[in-house]
Design a binder for this molecule. Structure first.
Ligand SMILES: [Cu+2]
Length: 336
């Protein structure tokens, strides 16, 4: 019998004689389980293939990263999180406007979603940008094991582009730490272990997995996320390559979703304005500088835009070389 039940039975002997084997979840917002929403997302554990191993990830909708949503400026979305994982999870949004009760942090307990429960977060897009979201129960571990995604709020009047890609710079696992992680005293059964990333992480022993990733995969297994209509779609094939043609206008939505590390975003053979797109003479609006390797601290995002002028197959990557070695790179092909 789980320890919490034993404790409960000590207090409520009579009740326990007829109590069911399993504790019913105590939901912070029980009415939200059946509530309507514009978007529904499910947290659940899943295996994610990375460099030939199955990484035991914590996910939104079964993959890493979770969905990328597009919300027009000024619009509101009711986003429902259904928790099918064995531990409490939440949605905590950057950059959007919301009531404190939808913060998705332990300080707002009704916005934390226990296993088997649901919560509807009401989010209003008030500022353009690429904004990460993540579970905020234990953010460091959750970001490292996959519980993140992003919201894109397009700037009003921004020009249509031929390709809009998303690149979320993150990781799978916590380098050098996961192997030592073990059960936590006092946690309820069913979520008593910290993840190691190995598919067999209940068995003990072996090397803990760790990768630096773009869109949830190390380089060899690159995943491309591209806007198709009003939806961001992730590639399903292995080693996907982002593609464009000379003369096309290309936009990247880039964000750092690592818990601790700063990243940069560099595309070989390319450069762009810190804000906006270079004019015909290569200058930038307001004399802002031309750059090719912006820095992103954790949970910062940036929009990159240029008119394609460089045929070839190019690597794009974080320029912290240790991160490249751990997998934070992918490829971009420009046709003439
Ligand atoms: Cu990096």
């Amino acid at each position: 019998m789980p320890r919490p039940l034993i404790a409960l039975c000590t207090l409520y002997v009579a009740a326990c004689t007829s109590a069911p084997e399993r504790e019913a979840p105590t939901c912070g917002t029980p009415g939200d389980v059946a509530a309507a929403a514009d978007i529904t997302v499910t947290s659940r554990d899943a295996l994610v293939e990375a460099r030939g191993t199955d990484f035991a990830a914590w996910t939104f909708d079964g993959d890493v990263p979770g969905p990328v949503w597009r919300i027009p400026l000024g619009e509101t979305r009711r986003i429902k999180l259904v928790n099918q994982s064995p531990r409490a999870t939440s949605l905590h949004f950057h950059g959007l406007s919301y009531a404190a009760s939808d913060d998705g942090s332990p300080e707002q307990p009704t916005s934390m979603v226990e296993p088997g429960c649901a919560h509807v977060y009401t989010m209003r897009a008030v500022a353009p940008g690429v904004w990460p979201y993540h579970s905020h129960r234990e953010s460091r571990t959750e970001l490292a094991f996959g519980l993140y995604g992003a919201v894109v709020v397009p700037a009003p009047g921004e020009p249509a582009v031929d390709h809009e890609f998303v690149a979320l710079l993150g990781q799978l696992g916590l380098e050098g730490e996961a192997k030592a992680a073990g059960g936590e005293e006092g946690e309820a059964e069913g979520h008593s272990h910290k993840p190691t990333g190995r598919a067999d992480d209940d068995e003990g022993g072996g090397e803990a997995a760790f990768f630096m990733t773009i869109n949830g995969r190390p380089g060899e297994d690159a995943k491309v996320i591209e806007l198709a209509g009003e939806q961001y779609v992730a590639s399903s094939e292995k080693a996907a390559v982002a593609t464009a043609k000379v003369g096309q206008r290309v936009r990247w939505r880039v964000a750092n979703v690592s818990p601790d590390d700063a990243h940069t975003f560099h595309i070989h053979g390319h450069r762009w304005c810190e804000t906006g797109v270079p004019d015909a003479q290569g200058g930038c609006l307001g004399n802002r500088p031309v750059i090719d390797n912006p820095s992103l601290l954790p949970s910062q995002g940036i929009t990159v835009e240029y008119v394609e002028d460089a045929p070839g197959t190019w690597m794009y990557h974080c320029h912290v070389i240790d991160h490249v070695n751990d997998g934070m790179y992918a490829f971009y092909k420009v046709e003439p």
